[in-house]
Design a protein around this ligand. Structure first.
Ligand SMILES: Nc1ncnc2c1ncn2[C@@H]1O[C@H](COP(=O)(O)OP(=O)(O)O)[C@@H](O)[C@H]1O
Ligand SMILES: Cc1cn([C@H]2C[C@H](O)[C@@H](COP(=O)(O)OP(=O)(O)O)O2)c(=O)[nH]c1=O
Length: 209
């Protein structure tokens, strides 16, 4: 059974945003910040985070597949991640910071690809009816900023090769969820400098310690 996130001693934080928003840049900083405050930190990612999950990640990021297959595999990776990594760490009183969680499925498979919200909610209810991050950082930038950052850095995977209307729909869904869950999702203006962004992250984390 999935534990209630309010009933476990550890804390679960997720990082979200469209590709190129600057999310991954700050995960190491957050881990170091928490460790400096005496926390034991488990840093992980989705899809992936386990041996099975990393195999699924490889397929998900490179192979073309039906939209519903993609959504189901994202949640399959998540189920394994929860069982092997997230739940045991939280039970030990550790802090789990994950590069993406279910908000990404709502944004990409729901918003971007158009899978119905009812199906997304059914998957969420099945896989984690109670567990939610206590805090989600949503790194937000306009599409042209994200695209310029991506183009400057890396070989693009299946998702990153999508067109701007896909990312516009992902971003809209992220922002819709931020409005729906304002107590959990903190929108970070990631157009600012890396130093300014870190200051904003520290201020939010300080309240959670
Ligand atoms: N605040 C920022 N200002 C300028 N460049 C940034 C900023 N944050 C991240 N970047 C750069 O943008 C690129 C994409 O960042 P990354 O963290 O990999 O994005 P994401 O994980 O959201 O896809 C990297 O080259 C990173 O150095
Ligand atoms: C977790 C998750 C990720 N994704 C996508 C978003 C990203 O484009 C991709 C991998 O995420 P990410 O690790 O952020 O990519 P990168 O390592 O290139 O920064 O998977 C979904 O479509 N649905 C999901 O549920």
């Amino acid at each position: 059974m999935t534990p209630d996130s309010t009933a476990v001693p550890g804390k679960f934080i997720s990082f979200e945003g469209i590709d190129g928003a600057g999310k991954s840049t700050h995960i190491g900083f957050v881990a170091d910040f928490l460790k400096a405050h005496g926390k034991t930190v488990v840093s992980s990612r989705e899809p992936g985070g386990t041996a099975v999950g990393e195999k699924l990640r490889d397929m998900l990021l490179h192979d073309k597949m039906h939209l519903e297959t993609e959504a189901l595999l994202m949640f399959a990776s998540r189920r394994e991640h929860m069982a092997q990594v997230i739940e045991p760490a939280l039970a030990r009183g550790e802090w789990v910071i994950s590069d993406r969680f279910t908000d990404a499925s709502f944004a990409y498979q729901g918003g971007g690809r158009g899978l119905s919200r009812a199906k997304m909610e059914a998957l969420e209810q099945w896989v984690h009816p109670h567990l939610q991050p206590v805090l989600t950082f949503l790194f937000d930038v306009p599409l042209d900023v994200a695209r310029a950052r991506l183009d400057a850095t890396r070989t693009l995977d299946k998702f990153e090769q999508e067109q701007q209307d896909f990312f516009a729909a992902c971003r809209n869904e992220y922002l819709r969820r931020a409005a729906q869950f304002p107590e959990r999702i903190v929108v970070i203006d990631s157009t600012r400098s890396i130093e300014q962004t870190r200051a904003a992250l520290s201020a939010v984390l300080q309240k959670l310690l």
